[in-house]
Design a protein around this ligand. Structure first.
Ligand SMILES: [Zn+2]
Ligand SMILES: [Zn+2]
Length: 240
């Protein structure tokens, strides 16, 4: 056995022998996951939020002031977590440090938060531009969508939506700039046969990306578009 095969064997054997460690605090993992019980319990559920845009609020409302002023194009949305500690730490490892293990912990947590309000016939992860896909190595929305598709037995298509042009990283822009940045950035490569689809993303911030993807699908004749995102960022300054 050569050295690299031996190393892989030791790592694989270690998974059976050693208990998993928490990716956030290195404590002992809970239920064979790479997350301890305390960090799992601390994952912030998004229970009090706007029913149209999922923004965290002091108490749940069917529609917040912003959604009243500006309608949302999707039918239903499911955003079970608030973007906060320790979910943000796992997301940072997943998205910017190449940790697929953190992605598995996040998708397990997403499945635990189910079921969704309604079941679509097809899941469509928000696409990455090819240049960003090449540098990151994977699309985080697709990695999160795969276990959801298996859990709910829904087909998944990653060749329906695509990025028609490269956009600036949304995380570096304010709300107005985010909308302009992604306007017209998404297109539909082929019309899915399914009439009811859900777009899947990791973190919903202003919703600009999801608005653009929904509009692109409705424009080509998809009848119903839902939005699924793992977590929603709170408004600047916290709950209002
Ligand atoms: Zn922990
Ligand atoms: Zn709202």
């Amino acid at each position: 056995m050569d050295a690299s095969r031996f190393t892989r064997w030791v790592v694989a054997a270690g998974r059976f022998v050693l208990p998993p460690r928490c990716l956030v605090c290195a404590d002992e993992g809970h239920e064979a996951r790479e997350l301890c019980r305390a960090c799992y319990t601390a994952l912030p559920r998004n229970l009090a939020c706007c029913g149209r845009c999922a923004v965290p609020l002091p108490s749940p409302v069917p529609e917040c002031d912003r959604c009243h002023a500006e309608s949302r194009p999707w039918a239903d949305l499911w955003v079970p977590y608030e973007y906060g500690w320790p979910l943000d730490a796992l997301e940072a490892r997943f998205k910017f440090a190449g940790s697929l293990a953190a992605g598995r912990v996040l998708s397990d947590a997403w499945i635990d938060a189910g079921p969704p309000p309604s079941l679509p016939e097809l899941l469509l992860p928000v696409p990455l531009h090819l240049s960003r896909l090449r540098s990151r190595g994977y699309n985080q929305a697709l990695e999160l969508a795969r276990p959801l598709a298996r859990r709910y037995r829904i087909p998944l298509a990653h060749d329906v939506l695509y990025r028609a042009r490269r956009t600036d990283a949304q995380s570096e822009l304010d709300a107005t700039a985010r909308l302009g940045n992604v306007r017209g950035a998404f297109a539909v490569r082929r019309l899915p046969t399914q009439k009811h689809v859900a777009i899947v993303d990791d973190v919903m911030t202003t919703g600009a990306t999801l608005i653009e993807c929904t509009k692109a699908l409705l424009a080509v004749g998809v009848e119903r578009v839902d939005v699924w995102a793992l977590a929603r960022t709170p408004l600047p300054g916290g709950r209002q």
